[in-house]
Each structure stands twice: as structure tokens, then as C-alpha cells.
Design a protein around this ligand. Structure first.
Ligand SMILES: Cc1cc2nc3c(=O)[nH]c(=O)nc-3n(C[C@H](O)[C@H](O)[C@H](O)COP(=O)(O)O)c2cc1C
Length: 250
């Protein structure tokens, strides 16, 4: 299915307008825009309506400064005006179980439910705030030192910080980053053979090289970066931190 974009509507336009924003003005999102966006995001589908996510807005200057450090020096965390920590949340279900003298059994599946539900909510939230004219950037650097993040936010058992989200008024207009061709992600009936997949990635690598060239970073390539990305295990402390919070990932 080699498509170009055939039909657009305001929702599709908004989705296609996405770019991560890494420079912000000093204008912070209003409580009413944030509240509106969170309520819209909560309408995301959720596994069996369990709603196993929550979001912590970090407002204290000292905490934001500490989070800049913990995310590897990402100044935008403090500069955006609003920084949210998106969490998987089994806490509420633990409380319900405790009150009913029931078990709240956590396993890999319950953790996956948290990650899936929180991610669907978070993407809805980003899209909602972008539709209100604000810029966003997710922050996976939040997992660089989960123990320190957990202590900073005083997270109770059953709450799993997953990633951050900066929200603020954009002070830059970055080029849009191309994505893989649709044929590399949407398949009819069976997964493509390796040669076809490698060919599509090679074509995308050329698109990305052109994108980097436009950005003044000529010579950078996507394939080279991807080869490095998983060359060694990433963030090896995740498992022990989440298990210390009550997750069971075995
Ligand atoms: C879960 C997640 C974590 C991310 N973490 C970071 C981050 O720590 N720092 C950053 O600058 N961008 C981060 N990003 C943004 C990605 O780099 C960006 O979405 C990707 O390169 C595509 O670019 P675009 O969003 O502008 O289209 C993250 C994105 C996601 C979805």
C-alpha cells in the first residue's frame, strides 16, 4: 500500500504537524489548557477501563533543576514551563485490594498494562496540548536514574515513572522529521522478507540524510545511529527500580 496523503481533516492535519520542541519561550501553559488537555487525554482507550496511569506535574524550581541534571542536562525540562512525569499506576488498584482484603497480583502483564495505558494517555495528551497551540517533547531521559527520580518525587509503591513530557510555547520551528515509509510498518497478512525490509530502511536512510543536510548536520545517517542504539544494553537499572516499587517483571 504505497500511499501519499490522500485525505486530510483537522485531526489528521494536527497529527501531521507534530515536531518535538526543544526550545521554549517563558510563557507557561495555563491551568485551564492543561486541564482541558488532560481530560481529553483521559478519553484514550484503556485496557478493561483499569486506567493504570497517573501524571505528576513538577512545579518546584529546585525539583525541576534536579530533573535537568537527572535527565542528562536537558535544560528544556526546567525551561518549558511545564514538566510532567507520566507514570504507570498500580497504586489505586493496590489500595482497592487492600481495602477489600484481596490480593493485588502484579506480574509482567500488569506492568505492560501500565506502560500501554500510560503511553496511550500520554500521546493523546501531547496531541491535545499541541492542538491548543503548545509545543511538547517527551523525555525518556527520566529513566537515566529512576531511583533518584522516585526519591525526588517521593513516589509510593505501585507508581512507576515511565517518561517525562515538556509542555510550553515553542521558540523554534524545527524541520519535520521524516518517518519510515508506510510499507515498512503496515503489512497485509505477513511480515515482509528481510531483503525487502532492509531495502526500505536504506531508502529511509537517504530521506533522513537529506533531512540532516537541511538541518546543517550533513553526513549524519539514521542507519548508523540505529546500529549504535541497541549495540549495548540500555538503562540496566530499570528492572531493579521497578521491582523495588512493587512490579514483578520475571
Ligand atoms: C518516549 C519518548 C522519549 C523521548 N525522550 C527524549 C529525550 O529524552 N530528549 C529529547 O530531546 N527528545 C526525546 N524524545 C523525542 C524524540 O527524539 C522524537 O520524538 C523523535 O526523534 C522524532 O522527532 P519528532 O518528535 O520531532 O518527530 C522522546 C520521544 C519519546 C516518544
Amino acid at each position: 500500500m504505497t500511499t501519499t496523503i490522500l485525505r486530510m481533516n483537522p485531526t489528521l492535519d494536527q497529527m501531521h504537524a507534530h515536531r518535538s520542541i526543544r526550545k521554549y519561550t517563558s510563557e507557561a501553559i495555563s491551568d485551564s489548557d492543561l486541564g482541558t488537555a488532560v481530560e481529553a487525554a483521559q478519553q484514550a482507550a484503556t485496557s478493561a477501563n483499569i486506567q493504570v496511569y497517573s501524571v505528576i506535574r513538577v512545579t518546584k524550581t529546585e525539583s525541576l533543576q534536579k530533573l535537568v541534571e537527572l535527565t542528562g542536562g536537558q535544560e528544556k525540562v526546567a525551561q518549558a514551563g511545564t514538566f510532567l512525569v507520566i507514570c504507570g499506576d498500580m497504586r489505586r488498584h493496590r489500595l482497592l485490594a487492600e481495602a477489600a482484603s484481596e490480593q493485588c497480583t502484579e506480574n509482567l502483564e500488569s506492568f505492560l498494562l501500565c506502560v500501554v495505558d500510560a503511553s496511550l494517555f500520554a500521546q493523546n495528551l501531547a496531541l491535545a496540548v499541541e492542538s491548543l497551540g503548545w509545543g511538547t517533547c517527551f523525555i525518556g531521559g527520566l529513566r537515566n536514574d529512576l531511583q533518584a527520580v522516585g526519591e525526588l518525587l517521593d513516589l509510593p509503591k505501585g507508581v512507576y515513572p515511565l517518561f517525562g513530557l515538556c509542555i510550553g510555547r515553542a521558540d523554534e520551528s524545527p524541520w519535520q522529521r521524516p518517518r519510515l515509509p508506510i510499507d515498512a510498518v503496515l503489512f497485509d497478512d505477513r511480515y515482509p522478507d528481510d531483503a525487502a525490509m532492509l531495502g526500505m530502511m536504506k531508502a529511509y536512510d537517504d530521506d533522513m540524510a537529506a533531512y540532516y543536510e537541511k538541518r546543517g548536520a550533513s553526513g549524519r545517517r539514521w542507519i548508523g545511529q540505529m546500529e549504535q542504539f541497541f549495540a549495548s544494553p540500555r538503562r540496566t537499572g530499570d528492572r531493579s527500580y521497578y521491582e523495588s516499587q512493587g512490579a514483578s517483571l520475571g
